[in-house]
Design a protein around this ligand. Structure first.
Ligand SMILES: [Fe+2]
Length: 244
């Protein structure tokens, strides 16, 4: 499996607090069949070349430790970028696109962001030459009030993702129900761990895949944690979405 959204990079945000915790998280990821992770520390309008240096230093340290321990996992870099007025500039940083491929950007919004703003950001990011990957779409209640909203976002070039923990019940029963409903629309394309620690918010991609299988079927659920995120890891083209 491939995970394109997590906070396993040590001491850069509210994720892993140190190298030991990062390694425990990676061991858990490996145990459930994850072979590739793109670290996505939080970034915002203030994230600049200094942030890029910090992220890359930590990535080098994490890769060195993983190699020393012979962990069978590949680790790349990106960021989870909070929408802001300076976003176009932030996206040009090496961490601005996932796995440094210059193509896919992971973007998050404040929870109560209106649909029209998310839609306009999607269109702007596409115009700037990137593919917007929306982080945890289940957290934006104003942006999935109807199937039409989901279709508009995808038609205009967005890829919608869901956090594994939302499906497994990590954030409570209402969020779990809500996420199951959203998943059943067929418009969520990737499941991500959004792992923050080695405890309650750890990698839980295998459990989420199994939860998803009961809703969308096992082949689709598997694709959401393998083929689809692998395209992002490799920087391959995304299949054009056509509403039926
Ligand atoms: Fe995140």
């Amino acid at each position: 499996m491939y995970d394109i959204h997590n906070h396993v990079l040590p001491q850069v945000d509210d994720g892993a607090k140190g190298m030991r915790q990062s390694i425990r998280m990676l061991e858990s990821a490996i145990h459930q069949g994850i072979t590739h992770v793109i670290c996505t520390p939080h970034a915002n309008d203030h994230s600049n070349a200094n942030a890029n240096d910090l992220f890359n230093d930590r990535l080098a340290a994490l890769n060195a430790e993983a190699a020393k321990l012979e962990l069978p996992i590949e680790i790349g870099l990106g960021a989870e970028i909070m929408f802001g007025m300076n976003m176009q500039k932030v996206l040009t940083q090496p961490f601005g696109t996932l796995n440094g491929k210059g193509k896919y950007s992971l973007i998050e919004f404040p929870r109560q962001t209106p649909f029209d703003i998310i839609h306009n950001v999607v269109k702007a990011v596409v115009k700037w030459g990137y593919v917007p990957v929306i982080a945890h779409h289940e957290r934006y209640p104003l942006a999935f009030r109807s199937i039409e909203q989901l279709i508009k976002l995808r038609t205009d070039g967005a890829i919608l993702t869901m956090d594994a923990g939302s499906l497994t019940g990590q954030f409570g029963l209402p969020m779990k129900r809500h996420s199951r409903d959203l998943l059943s629309t067929g418009h969520i394309e990737i499941l991500t761990s959004d792992a923050h620690d080695d405890d309650k918010q750890n990698f839980c991609l295998a459990a989420a895949r199994d939860e998803a299988a009961a809703i969308v079927g096992l082949p689709t659920a598997k694709e959401m944690v393998t083929d689809a995120p692998r395209r992002i890891w490799n920087g391959e083209e995304w299949p054009q979405f056509k509403a039926v």
